[in-house]
Design a protein around this ligand. Structure first.
Ligand code: NAP
Ligand code: MG
Length: 402
């Protein structure tokens, strides 16, 4: 074995639950520890420890990412009544991802991992399409009301400083119906735009942004204005110098162009558009197990994870002694993403090269026809049989050693 690669600064390691926790340990043992003198600040966000610490460990892990700048997170269970009974929990806590996101105030970027033998359903896509989803406001923080019958609905703003009230009619209801009030904040939209442009510069991608400002002149129009203002005042020169362009269009035009495009751009999406379109991109690109996710904070701190959950059903089979064919690729790429970012910040090219080498080894393994069951139906040519997770990781090790 060659000498281990040294790390200058630790990164934040956030352990999680179920099948992904099993894979996490396996990835470290087989793919990382033999090659890297891994320096991490470890936080156990397994459900038992979140319960034991009254969820304090979740906020601590987010603050650690803020301090150290780079984190990698395993998938975690979001507790509910069923999980409370299953794990004998004392309390229910919010989704760890929501807690971490609230502390780091981030934008989530999701990117498919491409393999030459797995073709996207959209035949023109040659390069991945990355979705940047604004994760604040709009329909996700809406006030909604069922209207029982005829009457007037109004929008009222009462200034905190006692200034004059503003009031506009929403609808003169002719009968029963529904009404919804949504909002967003300039600061949040600005930090969303900044996160997208920073990501685009980092990944050398052009940026697309879309809304429906022809219909929603004030609300969607404001998103367009802010995005444009941040581009013009803070990013135009840097993007131009990198040969990257910013493109705004109407959301329906964007959707039509996306499915005729070659890919290879960042699609900045409003909250609802990002929710819907990231599922479309994931499924058209291949599989949720081949999708990375990174949270980028306006402070520059980043957290890498897999886009999928804890793969609960596989875990129950694993507990019974079965060897499952769970795909570890997105988890491996979460680690390589974090190591590469650490290497970039610390100027440690050896570590960056290792991250690249591990990614290449994982992709070559799949391209050589050695893969987990979820990819079998997508690959062309498809191999006769799938490997279990352990065999697949061993096959990556063989290429890493070669
Ligand atoms: P999931 O864990 O993503 O799994 C859903 C299904 O997708 C699996 O049953 C499996 O399909 C397939 N799948 C996902 N990842 C796979 C992989 N790596 N390899 C092979 N197949 C994979 O979603 P879920 O079952 O809805 O959620 C389970 C738990 O995860 C929940 O407690 C939820 O709270 C949590 N969760 C956490 C995160 C996060 O921490 N980021 C995100 C989402 C969900 P087959 O069964 O057909 O093989
Ligand atoms: Mg969705």
């Amino acid at each position: 074995m060659t000498a281990q690669i040294k790390m200058k600064t630790p990164l934040v390691e956030i352990d999680g639950d179920e099948m992904t926790r099993v894979l996490w340990a396996l990835i470290k043992e087989k793919l990382l520890l033999p090659y890297v003198d891994l320096k991490t600040e470890y936080y156990d966000l397994g459900l038992a420890n979140r319960d034991a610490t009254d969820d304090a460990v979740t906020a601590e892990s987010a603050r650690a990412i803020h301090r150290l700048g780079v984190g990698v997170k395993c998938a975690t269970i979001t507790s509910n009544e069923a999980r409370k009974a299953e794990y004998h929990l004392r309390n229910l806590f919010p989704s760890p991802n929501a807690t971490i996101r609230a502390i780091l105030d981030g934008t989530v970027f999701r990117k498919p991992i491409s393999v030459s033998t797995i073709k996207p359903s959209v035949s023109t896509w040659r390069k991945p399409i990355v979705i940047g989803r604004h994760a604040y406001g709009d329909q996700y923080k809406a006030a909604e009301l069922r209207i029982p019958g005829k009457g007037k609905v109004e929008l009222v703003y009462t200034p905190a400083d006692g200034g004059p009230e503003k009031r506009i009619p929403v609808a003169e209801m002719k009968g029963p119906g529904i009404v919804q009030g949504i909002h967003n904040l300039d600061e949040s939209i600005k930090s969303f735009a900044r996160a997208c442009f920073v990501y685009a510069l980092d990944e050398k991608l052009p940026v697309w942004f879309a809304a429906k400002d022809t219909v929603s002149k004030i609300y969607d129009g404001h998103f367009k204005e802010i995005f444009n203002e941040i581009y013009e005042t803070e990013f135009r020169d840097r993007l131009n110098a990198a040969g990257l362009r910013y493109f705004y269009t109407l959301i329906d035009d964007a959707v039509a162009r996306v499915v005729k495009s070659e890919g290879g751009f960042l699609w900045a999406c409003r909250n609802y558009d990002g929710d819907v379109m990231s599922d479309m991109i994931a499924s058209a690109a291949g599989s949720v197990a081949m999708m990375t996710s990174v949270l980028v904070s306006p402070s520059g701190a980043v957290e890498y994870e897999a886009a999928h959950g804890t793969v609960q059903q596989h875990y129950y089979r694993w507990q019974k002694g079965e060897k499952t064919s769970t795909n570890p690729v997105a988890l491996i790429f979460a680690w390589t993403g974090a190591l590469a970012k650490r290497a970039e910040i610390d100027h440690t090219p050896e570590l960056a090269a290792f991250a690249k080498k591990l990614e290449a080894a994982a992709l070559q393994t799949i391209e050589a026809g050695e893969m987990t069951g979820d990819l079998l139906a997508l690959a062309n040519p498809a191999p006769a049989k799938s490997l279990n997770s352990q065999e697949f990781i061993d096959a990556i090790v063989k290429r890493l050693e070669a």
